[in-house]
Design a protein. Structure first.
Length: 732
């Protein structure tokens, strides 16, 4: 197969030995300049390695300079679509995990007393595999569950391992990330993702998506470009988030009510006939059903619910129409409707239908779909896939709209208490700490007959498990190639930047291969990750060695082409205003208003989460350079509206007590005008109570502690913001 492949000029021939003197030389000079500057200094081993960040799921590409086994510089790869030449602060800070004092360095087993003691790899693999075999013999493979945060090798090896055992139960973190969004969109447009063409848009509305807080550098660059070009940017968010710096307008909204806003804007456009009638007639089904339901959703109706004035709602709808088709509502990711409320899935569905009224799909400046590349089929029988599991992923009957590629992981854990699930394995997942109420999840995991966590540090999830297996850090392992979609799709590689630091750690590929062999399915793991990577790359005309040298290879022949006809992967082959699956799951055929599960009354607040630029979920709280910044600036403090604080006698920096039905905790508070009155914002990354995480222990509070265990009907999202809290000053 031949491909028109562009090759990035490698700055300097691969991994070479060069002269360099001190750390000071690291800086951010180009490699050549640095080498030149220290040409006469005593020789040290300096090499360059291309790899992928592991501080969040964006997995940005970078080139590391390594001197005598220490990472000196990391430069974001310009061709990587997500990083666009820049790593974010987390990308740099998280690299220190490799050398962290709090790394797991040995397999551990929980003893009768609840303490963990070291155990050899041989014993750990033997005991775990015996238990797996016993569970399969007694209860069948569907009694086993695996939960992972999708990473290149993680996704490949966990699925292969579970499928080889006959289980379909491989879950991601979706329930507590973007599952409702992905699943709702799929009902409308057949896929769970699109991209607002922000850089070329005339207008973009963001519903609780903040490129400057929930960072992906490439997206932030697009927002900056849009700002420069004069695009109209509107941020709908209960708080003035960091992206508002690039916006024309901040529209504060009561959280959980975005569906009412979208329905009312649709009411305005459809009521007036100011929508792309030709586009709707040619590309959709079920429009009449929605049109007949919209009249009751007037801007005045929505104003009551959202707290946004009716005139603003009407004006925003008008402006979006005037800018169409170079306008769209951006797709969002987590906090607003990724997994947060009882109406999240339906909000995502309605959002896609509103964009359809604009006729913006595939239009320059509108809502577009980026192409991707992928590896072809491998012919070598060693790589043959195990037979497809006989059953569907557990939870698919109860939550029929949930994307099967993510699955309702927390429902699967609930099935431990029902006796249907007996064994659970976590790979690179702090499920217990972050997917729903930690106390509840901990209780279920502890009831399992087998529980294993594979991680690099001690976490809430590890603590709940019987066995803890130490992975190498991402800087110490090669993974399978990562194909990334974008304007120009690419393939990139996580490579070994450092030699293994702790001898008793093992990379993910080895862990699952050893478990596979011990469980009697070794025939599916009869290869090294290097051989697998090389074979996958051969299907696109590359080799492992080539990609290691180049770091990233683009597929320009697959680049995004504006105006290309879109194939809608829905059952009808068209955009669906009505969905049979939604109707079958108990929703109206086209989206209508659904009240959130709880609404704050007088004296109560909805607890909302949100990312901070310098942290990722629960995984960076113990990272020295990052948590030091948090501590210095008090970033862990929740935000309360200034007027409301005044009525409660609360001042900036006061110690407060925050209570929900599930939890009560104390912390210092931030009083600000940057948040609407019914919300209390708790930054998402704190409240870790694991003493082994020495730096994060006891800093701030965790949103999930306050949230009861529950799941969004039909869609299975964790409903992370369906909780109300009260706040009082300590000692008042
Ligand atoms: N720094 C950082 N960046 C990240 C990550 C990270 O952990 N840290 N994680 C990555 C991942 S996995 C994800 S999922 C994304 C998440 O990316 P986002 O979805 O952008 O992130 P969030 O911070 O969860 O939510 C964005 C905003 O929604 C607002 N919000 C809360 N509730 C509502 C609501 O009901 N309606 C509206 N309109 N707004 C609301 C919050 O105030 C917040 O400012 O970030 C990615 N990038
Ligand atoms: N409290 C809280 N809960 C959240 C969120 C939040 O911000 N705060 N965010 C939500 C969102 S948007 C998402 S996507 C999910 C994400 O949920 P997860 O994917 O579970 O992400 P983290 O909570 O960061 O936990 C990642 C785990 O992977 C481990 N890890 C890191 N590197 C490696 C490695 O190289 N190998 C192995 N084996 N393990 C490694 C970390 O130590 C950590 O325990 O969480 C959701 N829940
Ligand atoms: S966005 Fe930041 S943390 Fe995430 S992969 Fe990219 S550089 Fe790493
Ligand atoms: Mo996420």
């Amino acid at each position: 197969m031949s491909h028109d492949i562009t090759r990035r000029r490698f700055i300097q021939g691969g991994t070479g030995v060069a002269a360099a003197a001190t750390l000071l030389g690291g800086g951010f000079l180009g490699f050549d300049a640095w080498r030149q500057a220290y040409a006469d200094a005593p020789a040290k081993e300096v090499k360059q390695v291309h790899s992928l960040c592991n501080s969040c799921s964006s997995k940005c590409g970078f080139t590391a300079t390594v001197e005598d086994g220490k990472v000196m510089t990391m430069i974001g790869d310009p061709e990587h679509p997500y990083c666009d030449g820049t790593l974010c602060a987390r990308g740099y800070g998280y690299a220190s995990i490799a050398y962290s004092e709090d790394r797991l360095t040995n397999p551990l087993k929980r003893t009768e007393t609840g303490a963990f003691e070291a155990i050899s790899w041989d014993d750990a693999i033997k005991e775990i595999s015996e238990k797996i075999t016993q569970i399969i013999d007694e209860d069948g493979p569907q009694a086993l569950v695996l939960i992972q945060d999708p990473r290149p090798s993680g996704s490949y090896y966990t699925k292969r391992f579970m499928n080889a055992l006959g289980s379909a139960n491989v879950y991601t973190h979706g329930v507590s990330c973007n599952m409702s969004k992905v699943s709702g969109m799929t009902q409308a447009i057949g896929v769970g993702d699109f991209v607002s063409d922000v850089a070329n848009a005339k207008m973009v509305m963001f519903l609780g998506r903040s490129y400057a807080d929930g960072i992906r550098p490439g997206s932030l660059h697009d927002l900056q470009a849009a700002r420069k070009k004069g695009a109209r940017i509107v941020m709908v968010d209960p708080r003035y988030n960091a992206s508002c710096l690039y916006a024309d307008e901040w529209v504060p909204i009561k959280p959980g009510t975005d569906l009412a806003l979208v329905l009312a804007m649709a009411n305005v456009l459809v009521g007036r006939g100011t929508y792309n009638q030709e586009y709707v007639a040619n590309n959709t089904v079920g429009f009449e059903d929605w049109a007949a339901r919209l009249p009751e959703y007037t801007p005045e109706w929505a104003a009551e619910i959202t707290g946004i004035p009716a005139e603003t709602i009407t004006r925003l709808a008008e402006e979006m129409w005037e800018a169409a088709p170079a306008s769209s509502i951006e797709q969002g990711w987590r906090a607003a409707f990724g997994c947060s409320h009882k109406n999240s899935g339906e909000t995502a569905r309605a959002l896609c239908l509103f964009n359809t009224l604009l006729g913006c799909w595939g239009a320059e400046g509108g809502a577009i779909f980026y192409p991707s590349a992928s590896a072809g089929k491998l012919t070598d029988p060693r790589f043959a896939a195990p037979p497809a599991p006989k059953e569907k992923i557990l939870g698919s009957a109860e939550y029929p709209l949930a994307a099967a590629s993510m699955g309702v992981s927390t429902f699967a854990l609930q099935q431990i208490a029902e006796g249907k699930v007996k064994g659970v394995i976590f790979y690179q997942s702090n499920c217990v700490g972050g997917y729903s109420n930690p106390k509840q999840l901990d209780e279920w995991v502890r009831q399992a007959e087998l529980s294993v966590a594979i991680d690099v540090q001690m976490t809430e999830t590890c603590k709940a498990c019987q066995y803890v297996l130490p992975d190498t850090s991402y800087l110490e392992r090669l993974e399978v190639p990562e194909f990334v979609g974008g304007r120009v799709p690419v393939v990139a590689l996580r490579d070994r930047v450092l030699d293994k630091i702790h001898p008793e750690t093992k990379p993910v590929d080895e862990i699952f291969a050893e478990l596979g062999r011990a469980c009697g399915v070794g025939q599916y793991f009869d290869f090294t990750v290097d051989e697998l990577a090389d074979a996958q790359l051969a299907t696109v005309g590359l080799s492992l060695e080539q990609l290691q040298e180049e770091g990233i290879v683009a597929f320009p022949e697959k680049a995004y082409k504006p105006g290309k006809e879109i194939t809608w992967k829905t059952p009808s082959g068209k955009i669906q205003f009505t969905s049979e699956a939604c109707a079958k799951a108990g929703f109206t055929p086209s989206p209508t208003w659904i009240e959130p599960l709880v609404m704050p009354e007088e004296g109560q607040f909805r607890l909302v989460g949100g990312k901070q630029t310098i942290h990722t979920h629960t995984q960076t709280a113990n990272i020295k350079p990052l948590i030091s910044i948090s501590k210095k600036y008090g970033l862990e403090r929740p935000w309360i509206n200034a007027d409301v604080a005044a009525t409660l006698g609360i001042e900036d920096g006061d110690e407060v007590e925050i209570s929900s039905d599930a939890f009560t905790g104390r912390t210092k508070i931030k009083v600000t005008e940057r948040i609407e009155p019914t919300s209390l914002y708790l930054p998402s990354h704190y409240g870790r109570m694991i003493p082994e995480q020495q730096l994060s222990y006891g800093v701030g509070l965790s949103q999930m502690d306050f949230v009861p265990f529950h799941l969004e009907p039909g869609y299975g999202g964790t409903m992370a913001q369906e909780t109300v809290v009260t706040v009082k000053k300590v000692g008042a």
